[in-house]
Design a protein around this ligand. Structure first.
Ligand code: HEM
Length: 398
């Protein structure tokens, strides 16, 4: 049996759950040809097996479809991965994120207030709320002026599209976004490095940490620091924007769900978690096997690109009861075992931050705009491995 699966097909983007079901049921290890040859792993147990066995399933050629060597974090294996992760763990540990809560609450109130004041009581929830919250926080962390979020807004989604690009075939918009990001960020990194070098007080943020952290007497190279900035700007903002849009779209489409969350805001935490499970913002990412593997009777030759579908694992009926039902009744501890933040050594370091941003955004939206409604055609993001909206038109009354 085979399933006609193409990562960047319109049908897959419109109805991923249907494709996931077919793949899990008919072809749990599938071979796909578009936009380039790769294998797809879709059952929960197999996705977990791939992600947990980092001795066989490597990130040496990056989490995307192309075979790029080098990079940071998601593009490397231990021991470099361990060093990279240690460099930033302190910044992202839950207690450090908790310290940001007060500032994030103020930011969310400001952003939602501005959106609520939009003339005509209508606007795009992604542009008005979903994007500015995570992008502003990334500016805080990376020490860039918040007034520049307009620039980052234009770069992050095209940069995220690179994950499904094939070697030598990066689209013009994506290539231009990378170029513009580099032209902006290199001088920023160099200026900060010079400030630190001069011995003057440097801001106490993630960028200073990256430029000063040492392991075995070695500092990160400036190329690596740039790699971190590039990765974090995309990983920390585009995904959280999608999460905010995804959970709000479920609420807007289901007035009973909205009413329950308004009546009992303590349920918002579980609604965000259920959104991560059912609408994982990242459908899946790639690994490369360091040795030949036979899985589900399919031979996967050494050095193949293999897509581990987090989104499909989260809908696997072998693990989840009524997987396609958005439910607030799931056990919170079990629910957190979804794969939306990955599994294993590359598990998302930003998970506590993303959860906090989304929970506060939903809480404030429901408090300020309780009768939010859909207002016209939604536009899906074009990046093939991402799930969510680029445009989410909403309106609200008095
Ligand atoms: C809803 C929002 C988010 C989602 C769905 C998400 C998803 C993911 C996934 C699936 C991975 C695993 C990559 C792999 O296995 O190759 C990952 C890794 C990572 N994420 Fe997130 N992420 C989100 C938000 C954030 C935020 C806000 C930050 C930081 C500001 C962040 C930083 C990271 C880092 C540093 C890693 C790399 C960890 C490693 O390679 O060891 N993420 N994320």
């Amino acid at each position: 049996m085979s399933v006609d699966f193409s990562l960047d097909s319109h049908d897959f983007q419109e109805r991923p759950a249907e494709y996931f079901e077919q793949l899990r049921g008919q072809c749990p290890v599938a071979h796909a040809d578009l936009p380039a040859p790769f294998f797809v792993v879709s059952q929960n147990a197999d996705v977990a097996a791939v992600l947990r066995d980092s001795d066989v399933w490597k990130s040496k050629f990056g989490p995307g479809l192309a075979y790029h060597g080098g990079g940071v974090l998601v593009s490397v294996d231990p021991p470099k991965h361990t060093t990279d992760r240690l460099a930033i763990t302190k910044i992202f540990k839950p207690s450090a994120i908790e310290e940001m809560r007060g500032d994030i609450e103020v930011l969310v109130k400001d952003v939602v207030s501005q959106f609520a004041a939009t003339e005509g009581n209508a606007g795009d929830l992604i542009r008005g709320v979903g994007m500015p919250i995570p992008l502003t926080i990334m500016c805080w962390l990376l020490g860039t002026p918040v007034s520049d979020i307009e620039k980052f807004r234009q770069w992050v989604l095209p940069m995220a599209e690179a994950v499904s690009a094939v070697d030598g075939r990066m689209g013009d918009v994506t290539a231009q976004a990378y170029k513009s990001f580099g032209e902006y960020f290199w001088p920023h990194v160099k200026t900060r490095a010079a400030l630190i070098e001069s011995g003057e007080d440097a801001p106490d943020d993630l960028l200073t940490r990256l430029l000063t952290v040492e392991r075995d007497g070695q500092k990160l190279t400036q190329e690596d620091v740039m790699g971190f900035c590039q990765f974090l700007m995309v990983a920390g903002s585009a995904t959280t924007t999608l999460l905010i849009g995804n959970v709000m779209s479920r609420i807007i489409d289901d007035p009973a769900l909205a009413a329950r969350l308004i009546a009992d805001p303590s349920l918002i935490e579980i609604a965000v978690e259920e959104s991560l499970r059912i609408d994982a913002p990242v459908h899946g990412l790639f690994r490369t096997n360091d040795e030949p593997v036979c899985m589900q009777g399919v031979d996967i030759p050494v050095d193949s690109k293999v897509l581990a579908l987090f989104g499909s694992a989260n809908l696997d009926p072998n693990v989840w009861e009524n997987p396609e039902e958005f439910s607030l009744e799931r056990d919170p501890v079990q629910l957190r075992k979804h794969f939306a933040f990955g599994v294993g050594i590359h598990y998302c370091l930003g998970a506590p931050l993303a959860r906090m941003e989304a929970q506060l955004a939903v809480q404030e939206m429901l408090a300020r705009l309780p009768n939010l409604q859909s207002n016209g055609e939604r536009q899906l993001v074009k990046a093939a491995v991402l799930k969510g909206f680029e445009v989410l038109p909403v309106k609200w009354g008095n």
